[in-house]
Design a protein around this ligand. Sequence first.
Ligand code: ARG
Length: 251
Amino acid sequence: MKKSFIRAIITVFAILLLTACGQGQGEETKKLLMGTSADFSPFETRDNKGEIVGFDIDLAKYIANELGYELEIQDMNFDGLVGALQANRVDFVASGMSATDTRKESVDFSEEYHRSGEMFVTLKDSELKGMADLEGKHIAVQLGTIQEEGAKKLAEKINLEIKVLDKVPNMIQELKSGRVDGVYLDKAVGQGYVKELDLAGFDDESEGTPGMAIAFPKGSELIEDFNRIIAEMQENGELAKLHQKWISEEE
Ligand code: ARG
């Protein structure tokens, strides 16, 4: 009598436990972890509440939402993003990353969603007014970017001193305090600083660079879904809306 009672209780608990576990699994929203370097306004930056915001964030949120995922963002140095993808520490990267052939050896890219070009940002009264003035100048670039690569290539032909830094705001700080003559970076990002801080600058006239795309670990199953939503956003005007909201200056 007593034994069967205990057995019944155990059975009831076991069933309750199993049901609870099952339900937990069913209700859990799938989560996507995105890597970014939030130092790159208007694509990704922190607002005054410390929240990560920007074009790429809105883009990623829209896509994740359409695909039924919850989005979590991890902020790191730009230089570490490709490695994080290769080690599968993040599901994708949206960080104004240009879809270069070199990177394509290590990661896969979505379709391109934006193309900016490059520029040099200077102080207003700078002697550095164009590509022809670069000889002997001191230029800041961000570690791991195509601008770092581009500046090093330029330095093979002319005498150029290059300062490589982790974060874009630090590069701008170097410029403002006169420790570099120019900052070489993405045009949309550069134009933002020129306007906000009353700086000057000029376009890079060397060959064009590839557009920005979302990056994934090689062979990721997400790519097709992401491309489908990006194509939808091109059709339904959502992508244009994001351009207007964040990058309207250009075009
Ligand atoms: N478009 C450049 C590159 O891919 C710079 C990107 C920098 N992005 C950032 N979030 N800081 O190399």
